[in-house]
Design a protein around this ligand. Sequence first.
Ligand SMILES: [Zn+2]
Length: 589
Amino acid sequence: MGNVYSKSSIENLKNTVDIVDVISRRVELKRAGANYKACCPFHKEKTPSFMVSESRQYFTCFGCGEKGDVFQFMMKYYNLDFGEAVEKLADEYGIRMEKKGRSDDGLTRLFEVNRLAARFFYNAMTSGPNPGYTYMRGRGLSNSTMKKFGIGYADEKWSSLYEHLKKNGVSDKDMLDLGLVSQKNGKCYDRFRNRVIFPIINTSGKVIGFGGRALEKDAQAKYLNSPESRVFLKKNNLYGLNITRGNAVSSGYMILVEGYMDAISLYQHGVENVAASCGTALTEEQARLLKRYTKDVVLSYDADAAGRKAALRGIEILRKEGLGVKVLHVTDGKDPDDFVKMYGKDAYLDLVGKALPYAAYKLESAKQRYELGTTEGKIAYLREASRIISALDPVEEDQYKRIVADDQGVSTGVLTREIESIRNKESKKAEKTRSTSQPADAQAEVQDVELTRVEKNLIRLFMMDSKYLDRIEKEPDLIESPFALKLFVLARDRIKKDGTVDVRSMTDELTDAEQKVFMDIRENVLIDPQQKEEFFIQCRNAHEADKLRSEERALSAQLDMAEDEEIISELQRRLMSVRNKILSLTGNA
Ligand SMILES: [Zn+2]
């Protein structure tokens, strides 16, 4: 269930419960200065690096990077969604929650319109013979599967849905906002026509959008999806998750496929831990969503070039969120839907069992790109393989070095030297980015003592003038790296306690590596004392621009993958707007 509670009652709950109390009921906390420490409940460790700050009502783990407020703690600890975490806390502390009222900006109304539309399509599918039903039966779907997924039918007329919604008192504006109808010369007409309709339902059971597959062979777009709206953000959702998330929890992993039909068909054949990304390249948000239910993902994309590219990209995104990843491609270039229909559940699960760990998959894909029969090809492959291995942990590194060495008939020593030289180059590069000190754009690097340029600048600023601790506290997403947060918390607590920030007492709490970075910041980041406010604003803009740049990268990656014309033009529109925003932030700086 999702969040059905009003903003004000959530605020009230957050102000009433104390994060220290909530966490100490589950984890043994020890006092450490103004904070509390414990061994982290989210990763294995022997020395505590999990910190809870009473003053900030925030937890941070300097080991694994988990952090957040009391709700995020509950979500993570019990695998709950936001609404469930709120409910659990409210129950535990006996606090009465108010449901959202009419004041939620009309969102309830928009969900209701989508629900009406979904019912309308479903009734059209089930109330008599129609081409949609014939088509889906032809593709092997049973009545009960269609019911389970609420699959519907949009007829070929131009205003069936429009008139139905109108009769139910829905305004043209709501229909347009949701992308259920389009408008031409002031007249509304149905956007989904002569299509099978897949309602997209979030994990709270709300219909947020629709996917429609054309029944006509030469339709302009084979798949047409609802445009993004106030209730539908594609990057935040996975198709089928509303039905299958429990199965991912119980089976310990989730299978991720590309299309609606892949997910539905696998499900019907008894492979029930499956979800689909549907028309978008996998996003960070989707990876985070998955992480609530499972730690391991099996990518089961098509075996064509696009599917392989998507798998390689998916690996990076899922790994970044700390998920385990394996990849399988079904044989003979079929998609998972065809395969499971032809060979059944056991044959498919057999492939899942044989899915390649992500590193092996990356090596395998690299191998296909080079002509190993030639000396140049072999050298190029060994270089690429070394690059892939250089990003692995020591145990994996050892394994894969041996596999590649055996496979290519070279010694592991050769690979070791190449890997070392790659790592050397990379650490020099990192050193270089670290030592520059102008407020400018930097890529976010989140590892141990890694800080973004913006964070370094802000640390220097709050060390100069503690007023900026308050400013940053009001905009907490300005600093996110664990080390930056640690410094922030240390400084903040000292101000609260002593009214001043004593650098030496802060330094005492830092590791050697941290001390080095901290000193580097204090010595090398230069701020004109007369221009602190301008500097702060520049930092804020640079941070905003960084965020937009990563959005820009994600959008152009999606654009690479998109095939549907409407999606392409939607992505192009968003890309333009992001680029304009970046320009307006950096243009006159
Ligand atoms: Zn941790």
